[in-house]
Design a protein around this ligand. Structure first.
Ligand SMILES: C[S@@+](CC[C@H](N)C(=O)[O-])C[C@H]1O[C@@H](n2cnc3c(N)ncnc32)[C@H](O)[C@@H]1O
Length: 287
């Protein structure tokens, strides 16, 4: 199967991806868990005044949340993405309501970009963030390249916080065994997403199509589908340790305190929803 070209892919779906932030999982679980990890959890010292680099920032959704939310109030915030349409949209939003966020178009796996590659490589920050960047690594080498970029940007004590899709082998293998054709499906109507693959064996680096439903209904138009390379927690942890991180902690997902009752109830059953095993949050630290 051809390599996923993230730049072209996200040029095509940039708009749809921005609107899908209404997805129940994204809104109430992903955002809460990811931002909590960025500020260092309840006992952390936050990111107030600290510099943050968002790798694969898309149209800057998390850059803005990190920068402007009074609880976060970061210092310098930088966003980097390979996709022209995403970076243009991020810059357009920044121009219309300046927050002091700098965006660059850079291919974190190569040399392509708007000439900002050297500027971005030279950045040194307190926290690196990456929401769904790692699923664009088509090989272990590319996984290490993404992780090494983060490791280089961080000094001693720096943290790399990420949310990513996960190849949870038992769940995937169970779904494959239940399918009547090669491949399998993992889906959660309650959380509004499905994962569909056609490979006959479940293995690290396999491609699967992820579909997100904006309002958690499969019938509505607000949906977006994109391919992801799925990596297990072991493969990701290995790549992080090989790239200069000393410790990797996988986090338990959190639900927002102000989530509606049905979301909170569904979250209570989260451990029994195999599709949710397919998303993971980690914090990797350097001594
Ligand atoms: C699923 S989107 C997530 C966007 C954003 N982090 C968010 O959560 O809203 C993944 C992003 O990673 C970017 N990306 C993929 N490969 C990349 C690479 N090699 N260099 C820089 N960005 C990349 C894509 O262009 C896309 O915007």
């Amino acid at each position: 199967m051809a390599t996923v070209r993230a730049r072209e892919l996200y040029n095509d779906i940039a708009f749809d991806y921005s609107t899908i932030k209404t997805n129940k999982f994204k809104r109430w679980v992903e955002e809460t868990t990811f931002l909590d990890a960025i500020v260092g959890g309840g006992c952390g010292d936050g990111v107030r005044g600290k510099s943050v680099l968002d790798l694969g920032c898309g149209s800057g959704h998390f850059c803005r949340l990190i920068k402007e939310n009074s609880g976060y109030g970061a210092g310098n915030v930088y966003g980097v993405d390979v996709c022209d349409a995403m970076v243009e949209e991020a810059k357009r939003i920044e121009k219309s309501a300046p927050r002091g966020i700098s965006y660059y178009r850079v291919d974190l796996l190569g040399s392509g970009g708007d000439g900002a590659g050297d500027t971005v490589s030279d950045l040194r920050v307190d926290v690196c963030a990456a929401a769904y960047l790692l699923p664009y690594a088509s090989s272990v080498e590319e996984l290490r390249k993404f992780c090494s970029f983060a490791a280089r940007a961080l000094g001693s004590g720096g943290r790399f916080v990420s949310v990513t899709t996960i190849l949870n082998k038992p769940s995937f293998e169970k779904a494959a065994a239940a399918a009547d054709a090669p491949g399998g499906v993992l889906a959660s109507d309650a959380w509004g997403f499905s994962i569909v693959w056609e490979m006959d064996s479940v293995r690290d680096g396999m491609l699967a199509d992820v579909t997100l439903f904006g309002s958690c209904s499969r019938d509505v138009a607000t949906r977006v589908t994109f391919p992801n390379y799925f990596w297990s927690k072991d493969a990701i942890t290995g790549a992080l340790l090989d790239s200069g991180f000393d410790r990797v902690e996988w986090l338990v997902p959190l639900v927002a305190a102000d989530a509606p009752g049905d979301v909170a109830n569904e979250f209570g059953r989260i451990n029994r929803t195999p599709a949710l095993d397919a998303v993971g949050f980690f914090v990797a630290t350097k001594k």
